[in-house]
Design a protein around this ligand. Structure first.
Ligand SMILES: [Zn+2]
Length: 322
C-alpha cells in the first residue's frame, strides 16, 4: 500500500499496516496477520494514534479522503483483532466489507471512528472550542427588528459540505454538530421555524441562545420543551420582548388600563417557557445598549431567579406527570 508512506504515521503503525496489506492481497494468511498484531506490544495505542492522524488529515486535506479512509479501515480491522484475540470478530467484520473497488467505504467504519472524523472536521472548521452556530438566513421572513440579533463579529460560519454527502452521513454529522455547539437565534420565530423543520436539531441540540422577541414565542418555547437533550438555555431580553403579550394579558387590556411598560411576565411565551423542565442552567441577559433597548436589571434578575427555580431542578418526566 504505497499510500502508507504518504503520511507521517509512526513506524510501528506502518509495520502493522504493511502486514495488513500483505494479508489483503494474499501474501500472508489471516492467522499470520493476527500473530503480527498480537506480538506488537502497543498495537492498540499505535493504531488509535494512526486513526487520529488520518482523521486530522481528512479534516484539513479533504482530497486525501480515500487514502486516509483506507488506512483507518485497516487500523480498525486490526483493533478488532486486539479485542478478539482469536480473530473471530475480525473475520466476521472483514467478510462483511465490500470489495475494494466498490463505493467509498466510510460508512462501513465503526460509528466511533466516524465520530472521531466528524470531530476533527469540526475542530478544523471552527476556531473557538465553544463556538456558536447562527441560523442564516432568517427563515421565517418575520418582521422582528433583529435588534440584538446581530451575531458577534468573531462568530464563524461552519463549512457543512460534509453534511451534504449523503443522508446517513448528514444525519450523523449534524447530530455531532448540534450536540457540540450553541445554536443562536435572532428571534423566537426563527427558533420556532428551525426547531419545527429540523428533527435532528430538536433531538440533539444541547445549548440554545435566543433573543426573546417575536409573535411566535409561545409556539417556539413549546418546541424547546421537546428538545430532550437541551441542557442550557440562554435568553436575551429587551424591550422588544413585550411587543407581543400572552393571550390572557391581551384580553385583560381590553378592560383594564395596560401596565406601562409591560411586565416581562406578561410576555408572549412566558407560560410555555415555565413548562420546560430538566435543564442544567438558564442564563438571562439584558441586551446591550448598542444593540437595543434594555429592560431593568431588577427584571432580568427576577426572571433569572424564577427560571432557574422552575426549569432547572426538575426533569421532563416529572413535569409530564403533573
Ligand atoms: Zn421573528
Amino acid at each position: 500500500m504505497s499510500h502508507i508512506d504518504r503520511y507521517a504515521i509512526p513506524n510501528d503503525a506502518k509495520v502493522l499496516l504493511r502486514a495488513h496489506d500483505d494479508c489483503r492481497f494474499g501474501r500472508i494468511k489471516h492467522h499470520e496477520l493476527v500473530r503480527v498484531v498480537q506480538l506488537s506490544t502497543n498495537a492498540r495505542k499505535v493504531l488509535t494514534e494512526a486513526i487520529k492522524k488520518c482523521a486530522r488529515i481528512i479534516a484539513t486535506k479533504p482530497w486525501e479522503l480515500n487514502y486516509c479512509v483506507d488506512i483507518i479501515q485497516a487500523c480498525t480491522e486490526m483493533l478488532a483483532i486486539t479485542t478478539a484475540p482469536d480473530g473471530a470478530f475480525f473475520l466476521l467484520w472483514y467478510q462483511n466489507m465490500p470489495p475494494q473497488h466498490e463505493e467509498f467505504p466510510f460508512l462501513k467504519l465503526p460509528r466511533d471512528i466516524r465520530r472521531m472524523v466528524y470531530d476533527e472536521y469540526l475542530k478544523n472548521n471552527i476556531s473557538k472550542a465553544d463556538s456558536i452556530l447562527v441560523a442564516y438566513p432568517k427563515r421565517g421572513g418575520c418582521q422582528c427588528s433583529g435588534l440584538g440579533a446581530q451575531p458577534d463579529a468573531h462568530l464563524s460560519r461552519i463549512n457543512t459540505a460534509l453534511a451534504q454527502t449523503c443522508r446517513l452521513l448528514s444525519a450523523e454529522f449534524l447530530e455531532q454538530l448540534y450536540r457540540r455547539y450553541t445554536v443562536h437565534y435572532t428571534c423566537t420565530c426563527d427558533m420556532h421555524q428551525s426547531l419545527r423543520a429540523n428533527t435532528v436539531l430538536r433531538e440533539n441540540v444541547r445549548r440554545i441562545k435566543v433573543h426573546w422577541n417575536g409573535p411566535e414565542s409561545d409556539m417556539a418555547f413549546r418546541l424547546v420543551r421537546r428538545c430532550s437533550r437541551l441542557k442550557i438555555l440562554h435568553l436575551v431580553i429587551s424591550k422588544a420582548t413585550t411587543n407581543h403579550l400572552t393571550r390572557r394579558e391581551e384580553r385583560m387590556q381590553q378592560y383594564f388600563r395596560p401596565q406601562k411598560p409591560a411586565r416581562i411576565c406578561d410576555a408572549l411565551g412566558m407560560d410555555e417557557l415555565l413548562r420546560i423542565r430538566g435543564l442544567d442552567t438558564v442564563f438571562v441577559s439584558n441586551i446591550t445598549t448598542r444593540q437595543g433597548f434594555r429592560r431593568s436589571d431588577d427584571e432580568r434578575a427576577n426572571l433569572h431567579h424564577l427560571l432557574n427555580t422552575q426549569l432547572v431542578t426538575h426533569n421532563i418526566a416529572s413535569s409530564d406527570s403533573q
